[in-house]
Design a protein around this ligand. Structure first.
Ligand code: ADP
Ligand code: ADP
Length: 225
């Protein structure tokens, strides 16, 4: 388990300061929700941790290693996107194994690893299907398997449930939470939904206007009993 730490991280887009000298230590192996209104800097923070966006200032440490300038695949992080971003012409198994293929891992090893991941997300019978032959919830589980196959120390989730219908959303909350506990890795989940954060998180980090306004155990942040 590795500690994730933001040290005075800033993101500027031209004159816009999207993230303003944010520092935070994320407890290893915990489920953290990054909560706040649209435009407060949540996605920018997540994308900087993932390496999809450069930091303008400050540094990001994972397990005491400065990952700020590493390419995304070398950071020990993986990102699951809002719209799943599956490759439509690749089977479920091929989608899940994609990053291993990019790394030059041989086909039998890829198949085995993808099989294990599909089992983890309960999709074993669907490996040969194409993404458009799956329901929204199933596509989301493929996207999860595809992120987890890289064995990240931190899984980054950007509004992962927002495309789902309300019933599925509630079910997927429970699945995400269970998966995080089984794997014992850190999940960092961006949402603008207070109820979602309260249902999922060990810790809630509230952002507003590019800074962290509050952080702590879910019940403390919401002053709930
Ligand atoms: P959130 O995820 O909380 O909605 P974002 O991190 O997406 O917030 O955005 C924070 C601020 O940065 C907003 O003002 C947004 O318009 C701006 N922003 C985000 N991405 C870009 C970009 N690629 N170029 C310019 N401005 C951006
Ligand atoms: P979010 O997931 O935070 O809601 P958006 O939907 O606002 O993100 O943004 C989607 C994409 O558009 C991102 O790649 C982001 O970098 C870019 N973007 C967001 N705001 C701006 C902006 N003001 N100018 C340019 N690009 C932006």
């Amino acid at each position: 388990k590795a500690d994730l730490e933001l040290v005075s991280v800033t993101k500027r887009y031209g004159k816009t300061v999207a993230v303003n000298a944010v520092s935070h230590h994320f407890r290893p192996g915990s489920y953290t929700c990054l909560l706040g209104p649209s435009g407060c800097g949540k996605s920018s923070t997540l994308r900087m941790i993932a390496g999809h966006e450069s930091v303008s200032d400050g540094s990001i440490l994972l397990g005491a290693r400065d990952i700020s300038n590493l390419p995304p695949a070398k950071r020990g992080t993986a990102m699951m996107f809002q719209n799943y971003a599956l490759f439509p012409h690749l089977s479920v198994t091929e989608n899940v194994a994609f990053s291993l293929k990019m790394k030059g891992v041989d086909a039998p090893t890829r198949r085995k690893a993808a099989g294990e991941m599909l089992e983890l997300v309960d999709l074993t019978p669907l490996g040969d299907r194409l993404p458009d032959q799956l329901s929204g919830g199933q596509q989301q589980r493929v996207a999860l398997a595809r992120a987890l196959i890289t064995r990240p120390q931190v899984l980054l989730l950007d509004e992962p449930l927002s495309a789902l219908d309300p019933f599925l959303r509630i079910r997927m909350r429970a699945e995400l939470r269970k998966l995080q506990q089984e794997l014992g890795i850190s999940f960092l989940h961006v949402t603008h939904g207070q109820d979602e954060a309260l249902a999922l998180a060990d810790e809630i980090v509230v952002m507003n206007n590019a800074v962290i306004e509050q952080a702590g155990p879910a019940r403390q942040v919401f002053n709930a009993p």
